[in-house]
Design a protein around this ligand. Sequence first.
Ligand code: AMP
Ligand code: MG
Length: 337
Amino acid sequence: MKSMKRVKQLNCLGIESTAHTFGASIVIDNGEICSDVREIYIPHRGRGIHPSEAAQHHNSKAQSVILKALKGAGMNVNDIDIIAFSCGPGLGPCLRVGATVARALATYLNKPLVPINHALAHIEIGILTTNVEDPLVVLVSGGHTAISAFGGNRWRIYGETEDITLGNLFDMFARATELATPGGPEVEKMAAKGCKLIDLPYTVKGNDVAYSGLLSAALREYQKGTPLEDLCFSLQEIAFSMMVEATERSLAHTEKKELLLTGGVAANKKFQLMLESISGLQNAEFHVVDAKYTGDSGVQIAWNGILAFQNGITVKIEDSIVKPRWRLDQVDISWRS
Ligand code: AMP
Ligand code: MG
């Protein structure tokens, strides 16, 4: 009789805490997502994320989120093989909550600790949920606005924001105009009711974009009494066109045959349509991360934890400091060629 040696499955607990969300998830090495629990800090109306308030929120939710993630997966803590955590980039006080919880669990359970770059995790969950192989990536969220493609063992940046992110642009505009938080979905809803294109600054430098001038000009128009619907319509139109121009140029230069949109702003239907249209012109297939995983979650961290651990990446507890400014293009990757 042939002996069949069964390889044990790997269960990774992923912990996310870079900014507004404290999330925990368990993902198996075959890509199965067993649970996804999130608690989101909402700042007081009219204010942005206050780092220590957000950290306080994460502290107060950490235990229940992790217990729910275990329960949702039908597992107990001894079923966990790997603990992965968002190591950066992000807000220092928030990152430290996730890192502290992850270190405590890894020490108590005597399991490997795996540090994850949050931007890379947005890309990896996009790849898992769309099955793309070698995409040009548009990563747009509260913390990131970048165009990237893989080459020479790192994700290289082909264009990025020089100031605020696309998510920040919408969040800051919404805050100043008394729309609800997070701003992106509110701006999207309002934009659907507008139709007049207001003249606002369009700033592309080389292949980079800059949004702070656009934000200030849009707010000046708001003060003058320009209807909010038309302003939201114009803000989306101009901000997205800037990214679309840089993305189309990157597609033409890299000749990638797939375009992957990921991160919180990937939920925006208008942006999806605009990118789909230029993908067609450049003979590239257009893909969007699964709608459930556009925004920050423990899922992206757990899945990236599996990939990193399988490729020998772990960190000793004493070396597991958080890296608030850890760039995507500083991460060496051995699992992609
Ligand atoms: P993340 O940091 O990945 O969790 O993404 C959060 C960001 O995505 C916030 O800035 C939101 O305002 C933004 N966002 C979420 N949904 C939408 C949407 N439908 N349109 C534009 N931005 C969005
Ligand atoms: Mg994010």
